[in-house]
Design a protein around this ligand. Sequence first.
Ligand SMILES: O=C(O)CCC(=O)C(=O)O
Ligand SMILES: [Fe+2]
Length: 269
Amino acid sequence: MALSEEERFRFDLTGFLVRPAILNSDQIAAIVEHIDRIQHDPQSLSPAERDVPGGPSNVLIDHPQVVDVLRELIGPDIRLENCTCLWREKGQRHGELHGGGPQQADPIFGYRVKNGRIHAGMVRVIFELTDIAMQDQSTHFLIGSHKAEFPIQEKHLSLEEGQRSPYLTSYECPAGSAVFFTENLCHAGPVWQRDTPRVAVLNAYSHLATHWHRLKTPPAVINGLPREKQAYFRQPWITDFHTNPVVHNTMERFIDGDDDPVSSEHITE
Ligand SMILES: O=C(O)CCC(=O)C(=O)O
Ligand SMILES: [Fe+2]
């Protein structure tokens, strides 16, 4: 198992988990510089690097300390279905608390534990590329809400100072940390309070058979990745019954085969 018993307990109890400092300083510097150019000077980049996870951020797609955890949380076959970068200046925010509660019933997001195993739907991984202190106001979580069966009550949804739920929690971590959370956990990106920006990459992983986000990663970026990383974008199916014996959509099949890495569901307009 990838998670220690303590990590598994913590993820199940709260719905999120921080793995501190899994990237080295060279990796962090290269990705921050790349995101700066994506956000502020995209024309200086080749089309293959004009968005994440192209260029140096491709190390995040299949970081060993991340995919091991995801395979334990989601299942052995996973996809990367959305990848975004952020450069959040003081005063900017993502928005209000959202998600969690009874959408638990939806297999895309749902979180359940059976036979000693976690079966999470979509899991988001935030790669924090700057140090995060509590007062900076990084992503916040309403802990336990990933298992809530009743609607999340209004008084627990405030981000106002002094009116926040006692269950609203965040984290501190050094640059280069990975923050995992189940998409069924109620969460928010409040107003960023630090003078220097928060730079991060957000990856959404899901079970191989599901796809929530319409893929927005540009085809040129996916085409520019090594084949074993393109495999994380393979089509969302498990078994092909057209063939005898049936074929399974494994990572190895994709890597050894000639499937077009850019599937028809791409936004091309
Ligand atoms: O930007 C943030 O801090 C939160 C992002 C968020 O809500 C999400 O990844 O779904
Ligand atoms: Fe969100």
